[in-house]
Design a protein around this ligand. Structure first.
Ligand code: SF4
Length: 498
């Protein structure tokens, strides 16, 4: 399988639905459809009818995994679903979610978005007790822990397990007659809940999926909360105290989430516009430090922006479009489209020929030559991770006749790996880990390179704290064994968690 994209990868979207008198499998399918951007490798759903549970999962997009026939088998009022991204190849079907097992308390299924930093220890502990595993996923570890936990009710078993889980988890859990949703005390990964028009409830990684189902009264599942959706109506339990401060992933706003997403009253599209505006202000006012700005010569900044001499601002579609609009608005440099993205080249299992492989990002992007020829271009992008695609994008623009290409990035340099459910690679993979901005500029071949500061990023998010910024600052909200960081990352990455 090849991936044409070096962007950081969100590992999964989750959805849970309780909808009496509705075709709950069909609703879950359309919810997964709305969460497809959070994972394209595998999709699955489990459905319960109060007595028994059925499941279907497979590799590919939701529309490839589910057919009218497979969905006809999934009967009931309770459902959970999952879209998955991972870096694994052959083992990926084994790791597809939800995980379903039979327990002494009845059938149990679980789907997870996140990463436990202590999953290896927990797995080892369970194996010592004779528990066997069929996959390398930490979601299976969580499922087994829930199955074995004591407690009179599932809420209690979930609370007991949460006390041992360290890391990021936004979970949906299905029993024969209830859907549960749980979020870690730091709130790393998103989870929100809404009221269905029919009177049931749905929970999902993003509000967009809930809106697709017609939900109203949408709110976040709070960090540390467990919510149960069943005939007994919505029940909310603060299972663990919320971490202070909480640590939602700021990258959700920068890159992952759909622009129609709103969390805690903050709309993603608006944040992205402000990221562009803040970046423009920093460049214009010279607020960026040497760590954030590098140009081919001292005069470039002024020539690019101060005198308004750059001719056009273009985004790398899609996530950078709002930021480019904001950047253009503040600088006065006209906005235009420069790239056309082929939306159907995502991850493909069909290997390209060698000659096609050499075309790299050209398989994914075409340039509108007329919009860049002879022009000084400012290219806005959301991030540089490994530094593999920025250079080829610049080359595409220059081949199309752009006179100069200046690159402005709407987040700070990513210098540290993520252990909370986002695949960015390890330290050795990150171009900003051991290179200065000038070295990165040289590597990608830009005429100048700008990064937004951490302060500018948080101004755009309009919060001073409550967000994880560890991949920029190296300050992890939870203890991470940095001495063992490479091994740790390989484990997380290869395991292909939720
Ligand atoms: S390290 Fe970065 S990507 Fe990972 S949770 Fe924190 S902000 Fe998000």
């Amino acid at each position: 399988m090849i991936n044409f994209d070096e962007s950081p990868k969100e590992e999964c979207g989750v959805i849970g639905v309780f909808a009496p008198n509705e075709d709950v499998a069909r609703m879950t399918f359309f919810g997964l459809y709305a969460l497809q951007h959070r994972g394209q490798e595998a999709a699955g759903m489990a459905v319960a009818d109060g007595v028994s549970m059925s499941i279907h999962k497979g590799l590919g997009l939701a529309s490839q995994v589910f057919t009218p026939n497979t969905m006809a088998e999934l009967k009931g009022h309770y459902a959970i679903g999952h879209t998955r991204y991972s870096t694994t190849g052959s083992s990926s079907l084994r790791n597809a979610q939800p995980f379903m097992i039979e327990t002494i308390h009845g059938p149990l299924a679980l789907a997870h978005n996140g990463n436990l930093v202590n999953s290896a220890e927990l797995r080892h502990e369970l194996m010592k007790q004779g528990v066997g595993f069929s996959s390398s996923s930490d979601t299976e570890v969580m499922t087994m822990m829930l199955a074995r936990n004591g407690g009179a009710a599932w809420e209690e078993r979930i609370r007991h397990a949460m006390q041992k889980w360290i890391g990021a988890y936004s979970l949906v859990i299905l029993t024969r007659d209830c859907v549960y949703a749980a979020r870690d005390p730091w709130g790393f990964r998103p989870l929100c809940i809404g009221l269905l028009p029919s009177g049931g409830h749905a929970v999902a990684s993003e509000t967009g999926a809930l809106q697709t189902l017609g939900c109203e009264a949408i709110r976040d599942v709070k960090p540390g909360e467990v919510v149960s959706l069943s005939n007994n109506a919505l029940k909310v339990m603060q299972a663990l105290p919320m971490a202070k401060p909480s640590a939602m992933c700021v990258f959700e706003h920068i890159y992952f989430a759909r622009p129609d997403q709103t969390w805690d009253g903050i709309n993603v599209h608006h944040v992205r516009q402000r990221l562009g505006e803040e970046l423009a202000r920093e460049v214009l006012n010279g607020h960026g430090t040497d760590e954030q700005i590098s140009s081919t010569d001292a005069e470039t900044d002024k020539r690019m922006l101060g005198d308004g001499l750059a001719d056009v601002v273009i985004p790398v579609p899609d996530s950078s479009v709002p930021a480019a609009i904001g950047f253009a608005r503040v600088t006065g440099i006209p906005y235009n489209d420069g790239f056309i993205k082929n939306r159907y080249v995502g991850r493909t299992f069909i290997e390209p020929t060698d000659s096609l492989r050499k075309r790299g990002v050209a398989l994914k992007f075409n340039v509108i030559n007329e919009n860049v020829r002879g022009k000084r271009v400012v290219m806005i992008d959301d991030s540089i991770v490994r530094g593999n695609t920025t250079g080829p994008l610049i080359k595409l623009l220059k081949n199309a006749g752009a006179k100069e290409v200046h690159v402005a990035i709407t987040c700070p340099p990513i210098a540290h790996p993520c252990f909370m459910g986002v695949d960015m690679g390890g330290y050795d993979d990150l171009i900003a880990h051991d290179r200065t901005v000038e070295e990165i500029r040289e590597h990608v071949g830009a005429d100048s390179l700008y990064y937004l500061s951490v302060d500018g990023m948080m101004r755009a998010v309009q919060r001073e704290d409550g967000f994880c910024q560890a991949c920029f600052t190296g300050r992890y909200p939870i203890p991470v064994d940095l001495a063992n960081v490479k091994t740790g990352f390989e484990r997380f990455s290869a395991d292909g968690n939720g």
